[in-house]
Design a protein around this ligand. Structure first.
Ligand code: CA
Length: 427
């Protein structure tokens, strides 16, 4: 049976609503209190399967040397697509209900299976480069309408190329690491001169990202048809954004301090292979892009996405956005082809973010900027009284994503972090 077969069952109990059935098997880096060295695991139901244990027993062997004791996935990823597939297949075999090797070895099980509640997750890759695209037509239209002209919301290049910018790799952090409100230079419309202040318009951006799975050669472009074979998998991404800093600084070279203070990703990398059954056609592209960006077939993915906001004092979170990845105008393959068309090389572990994912209805917008229409229409949370235009200190933002199959889901888990007060004393 193929590892994606919906009929596959594990000997471990996995709830129907779990993000991590045997058909998923996402890779991550974790540690435990009793064994603080970070190592590779795969999520299965409520458990983490410790691949370093299976590797040391010779049950999986992706390379001649050990790779799953590493503190990042980069070495494993660099072994290439065939090895990713074979390893996933071997893990799937070991977890099947009818395979006794792990199922009936209680000592091995006690060593290799750890409750997710007992692990600490780490950044799964060493990030060499981080690029952020801007590929949702709905998001670009909303932002263009707000800040420029509703009649000409999209700039002239937008329908011809996947707009993007090079972000900051050093501040890509894993879910669970809280984020301080940034300090920076702002110029309120009423002020004559710019001020140095804590950001007053702190926002999230709901995004996904793909993780590059190969090193490419400087000077050589990746074709749009080869691009998907260079992707290892996907994560959820929160592109924290300081809107007031952004508005003052972004002309003419784009965002800088407004984005570089933190970018959070979910800890489990869902492989492109696990996502394969959820491939769908993206929107029709009109005008037709230039030949190096042309694709036919299904190159988007049906990924449901949600954002929860929970103020510090609130007992429960409020779901403030429900949307789907599938409507993204530019595909990931087009993004990678465009990124490299000038000869720019990319490398294993590079993070390529989608851009804010907004749908066409007001409850499907992927940022507070859009949800509150730049503060003109504050959101009311589920308690009926608390309002939000932008994030307050203590707010927790949690993003979730999953592909819904028949009786199972390929989930991403979550990317979640709290807003902490500005550290003005350090600056
Ligand atoms: Ca963004």
């Amino acid at each position: 049976m193929h590892p994606n077969d919906p009929a596959l069952k594990s000997f471990l109990d996995v709830a129907e609503q779990s993000d991590f059935p045997i058909q998923n098997l996402p890779f991550g880096i974790f540690s435990t209190a009793s064994q603080p060295q970070a190592r590779t695991g795969v999520a299965i139901g409520d458990w983490v399967l410790d691949l370093s244990v299976l590797e040391s027993r010779g049950l999986i062997k992706p390379a001649a040397h050990a790779v799953f004791g590493d503190a990042t996935l980069n070495t494993f990823i660099s072994l290439g697509r065939q090895v990713w597939r074979e390893t996933r297949e071997a893990i799937s075999q070991l977890l099947r209900h009818d395979n006794p090797v792990l199922r009936d070895d209680s000592v091995l099980r006690s060593q290799a299976l750890i409750a997710q509640s007992e692990v600490q997750m780490h950044l799964p890759i060493k990030v060499g480069g981080y690029t952020d695209f801007y590929s949702s037509k709905e998001h670009a239209t909303n932002v263009g309408s707000m800040f420029r002209d509703p009649a000409n919301a999209l700039l002239p290049n937008w329908l011809h190329l996947p707009v993007g910018y090079n972000g900051r790799a050093s501040s890509v952090i894993v879910s669970g690491v809280d984020v301080h409100r940034p300090m920076g230079q702002v110029k309120p419309p009423s002020a004559e001169q710019p001020l140095f202040a804590a950001c007053a318009k702190l926002d999230f951006e709901l995004e996904t990202a793909f993780i590059v799975g190969a090193d490419t050669v400087l000077g050589e472009a990746v074709t749009v048809s080869d691009a998907e074979s260079l992707m290892f998998g996907m994560v959820l991404l929160n592109d924290w954004s300081a809107r007031d800093i952004q508005q003052w600084e972004y002309v003419p070279l784009g965002p800088f301090n407004a984005k570089t203070f933190a970018t959070s990703i979910s800890p489990w990398i869902v492989t492109m292979e696990a996502l394969e059954p959820f491939r769908v056609q993206g929107p029709v592209q009109e005008p037709k892009p230039l030949p190096y960006l042309q694709q036919s077939g299904a190159h988007s993915f049906d990924i449901s996405l949600e954002v929860d906001l929970q103020p510090e004092s609130a007992k429960k979170p409020t779901t403030i956005c429900k949307t789907n990845y599938r409507a993204m105008y530019w595909s990931m393959a087009q993004q990678l082809a465009h990124h490299t068309v000038s000869g720019c090389n990319v490398g294993v572990g590079d993070v390529m973010a989608s851009g804010t994912i907004s749908g066409s209805t007001p409850d499907s917008y992927g940022s507070l900027l859009e949800l509150s229409w730049n503060g003109q229409r504050p959101l009311t949370l589920d308690d009926g009284t608390t309002q939000r235009s932008f994030l307050e200190n203590g707010d927790r933002v949690t993003m979730r994503g999953w592909c819904q199959g028949a009786g199972y889901r390929i989930g991403f888990g979550e990317v979640s972090a709290r807003v902490l007060p500005a550290l003005s004393g350090r600056r």
